[in-house]
Design a protein around this ligand. Structure first.
Ligand SMILES: [Zn+2]
Length: 673
């Protein structure tokens, strides 16, 4: 049995963040699950490195494209092992092995007659250096520059994607799980109700040279999407590489919903045209929304969210992501929620079960794991345990096969709850007091330990460190890990000795939980001691606590030293130089001006309350300083992405205000620190 899964190759115009991490972690989880089930598994990731956006990003950092992509790609490559992600290969589209395959692929499609030379016309914004479709324009204007783009036309090569529209519709209909979850399958079928246009797959070298040469015309480079998608087969050595023969027939891609169209429409039609078999599944997940409202102090942005892995450990971080996201839908990421999950699921449920069970084996059987089978012949009712264990495993496997690891973990937690209840109902401490119940006691302990060994295996795809450590502490070798209860029984047939260790997932005592506990205790005390003196004491305690920890309803992990900011806290602010490209007063507002700003490689809109001090036209081309990672806010219907910094001084007769700027004309996007 074989398994091959890919992440999208990440575009190197941004550094690794939570979104990238989730896609890569879920693929690691799926790969580990298949390894656990005995599959020969292969997991590919990598980086996408061509196109004009990369050239501009490199320029804005004063770098050349090759140096720039080397640097960012290395950040991605280094990020994954840190999260306990094990990949088999990391492909870069600037590598020779990839370029070779792209050329061969284009030749194959060309020979088939599916590439033609034609006019590519469109609305081109010179400020953005890109074409806009009619739909993207706002009232006929570039949404970023608010200027009218020029209609230009140039010669380019096109892929006859339209030839494959009917085939693709039939294919999706004939293969119900080709695109999953179903909502995305429906979305794609929705797109396909409109006629599919041919895809422009080149860019003239007069405009862009940072790309892969078109094999049949040296004046053009390949359009970045047409180049990038091919990584899924170039890494396997298409057409006759051994890996390609082995893994391509079982290929699955996992992506976030923003790149559905290229993966669900461009890619299958490209494969069909090049006569390459179609991949098996496209697995599509939603977005993480950072819980800004409460978490702005702790998490400024998606990059910051990644640091939660360092703060709480990889296993809890991975568990939170898998347990919290309903695959396919959007979910909210918040540190508060992560801490809640940690304390309730990991510390209370899982951690306590482990501690209780092992303490009993230690106390009642000298730390030796009893070898009694799950189905004790002397205990007729125990026949059902084999069935119960098997049912949980098959539920778990089914969830994973449907790419629903969240539900697999819901099932695991039911199993944990069952084992915890067994301890309560069997009461081993009572059995231990009665000589005639000694066998029964061993059966109960043996069952519990087998349950824990199984549990270690079930959680391993998501929490590899904990799963492996659980096996080691039961005297088992993690490389034997299995969910087959008969195999577990035979591995435990030698009277293994348990080894003690530090508790898994010790409860997190955050300032918030501490403050809450003290407040609760104070309230209890107040109730008990109705006297005035006691109440006064309580009030004092309460005031002290609240002063020290901030209000308990505050923002989670707040710091004690709240009056000063640490250098780390300050560093969370992303301050940048930005150039004003366009400015307009918002109708119906005396104060608000909508600014379109250039950050070098990107643009953004910020609404600033400076209308009583500046006229829109005097702002154009000015350098300003902005907070670039401020939570977006809607002002008079316009989403403002950041804040422009101003100095104010309350002088007599009114408020003076001046925009902060740089004393030299600095490149937009430059960092302020
Ligand atoms: Zn523009």
């Amino acid at each position: 049995m074989k398994y091959y899964v890919t992440t999208p190759i990440y575009y190197v115009n941004a550094r690794p963040h939570l979104g990238h991490a989730y896609t890569t972690i879920i693929n690691d989880v799926l790969t580990r699950f298949h390894k656990l089930m005995g599959y020969d598994s292969y997991f590919l990731t990598g980086t996408d490195e061509h196109g004009d956006k990369i050239v501009r990003a490199a320029q804005s950092e004063g770098s050349d494209p090759q140096k720039y992509v080397d640097e960012i790609s290395a950040l991605f490559k280094a990020a994954w092992p840190k999260l306990d992600i094990q990949t088999n290969d990391f492909i870069r589209t600037t590598e020779e092995r990839h370029k070779k395959v792209v050329s061969a692929f284009m030749d194959a499609v060309n020979k088939r007659g599916d590439i033609y030379f034609g006019d590519y016309g469109g609305h081109y914004c010179f400020g953005c250096e890109r074409f806009y479709t009619e739909k993207e324009l706002v009232d006929g204007l570039c949404p970023d520059h608010l200027t009218k783009p020029e209609y230009i036309s140039e010669k380019n090569y096109f892929f006859r994607m339209s030839n494959y529209q009917d085939w693709l519709i039939d294919y999706i209909k004939a293969n119900p799980t080709f695109i999953r979850p179903e909502r995305y399958r429906n979305e794609v079928l929705g797109f396909l109700r409109d006629p599919l246009e041919d895809l422009c797959i080149t860019r003239p070298k007069s405009r862009l040279t940072w790309g892969i040469d078109v094999p049949f015309d040296k004046n053009f480079v390949t359009y970045v999407w047409f180049d990038a998608l091919i990584n899924y087969i170039s890494a396997l050595g298409w057409p006759d590489g051994e890996l390609f023969q082995k893994y391509w027939p079982v290929a699955q891609h996992t992506i976030a919903k923003d790149i559905l169209k290229p993966h669900a429409i461009f890619w299958p039609t490209m494969l069909k045209a090049a006569d390459v078999p179609i991949f098996q599944h496209l697995n599509v997940h939603g977005y993480w929304q950072i819980g800004y409202s409460k978490m702005s102090k702790s998490i400024g942005n998606v990059v910051e969210a990644l640091s939660m892995a360092e703060r709480y450990g990889n296993d809890p971080f991975r568990y939170f992501l898998i347990r919290e996201m309903n695959f396919g839908l959007d979910s909210e990421f918040s540190e508060d929620r992560l801490v809640e999950r940690y304390n309730s699921d990991l510390a209370n449920d899982l951690g306590n079960l482990w501690q209780r069970a092992l303490a009993m084996v230690q106390k009642f059987n000298d730390g030796v794991i009893p070898t009694q089978s799950l189905n004790s012949k002397n205990e007729p009712d125990d026949g059902r345990w084999q069935k119960i264990f098997d049912a949980f495993v098959s539920d778990y496997v089914g969830c994973f096969e449907d790419v629903d690891p969240r539900m697999a973990f819901v099932a695991i937690w039911e199993f944990i709850s069952l084992l915890n209840k067994t301890i309560d109902s069997e009461a081993p401490w009572v059995l231990a007091k009665n000589e005639s119940q000694k066998d029964r006691l061993k059966v109960v302990l043996a069952r519990l330990i087998k349950g824990l060994a199984l549990l270690g295996a079930l959680i391993w795809p998501v929490m590899p460190n904990t799963g492996s450590e659980m096996w080691r502490r039961l005297g088992l070798d993690p490389s034997d890990m299995t969910t087959d209860i008969d195999k577990i029984t035979s591995l435990l047939a030698h009277g293994n000795k348990i080894s003690a260790g530090q508790a898994f997932f010790p409860r997190l005592e955050t300032e918030k939980t501490k403050a809450k506990e003290i407040k609760e205790a104070a309230k209890d005390l107040a109730k008990k001691e109705a006297g005035k003196e006691a109440a006064k004491e309580v009030a004092k305690e309460l005031a002290k606590t609240e002063a020290a920890f901030g209000s308990a309803e505050g923002s989670g992990i707040s710091r004690l030293e709240s009056e000063t900011v640490t250098i780390e806290e300050f560093k969370r602010l992303d301050l940048r130089v930005a150039k004003v490209l366009a400015a307009e007063a918002l109708p119906k507002s005396r104060k608000l001006i909508k600014l379109t700003l250039s950050l070098g490689d990107s643009q953004r809109t910020i609404v600033a309350g400076i209308g009583q001090h500046y006229k829109p036209e005097e702002l154009i081309d000015r350098n300003v300083v902005i907070v670039a990672n401020l939570t977006p806010a809607k002002l008079m219907g316009v989403t403002s992405n950041g804040m422009v910094l101003c100095a104010t001084d309350r002088a007599e007769g009114g408020e003076l205000l001046t925009l902060l700027t740089t004393s030299q004309d600095f490149a937009p996007g430059s960092k302020v620190s």
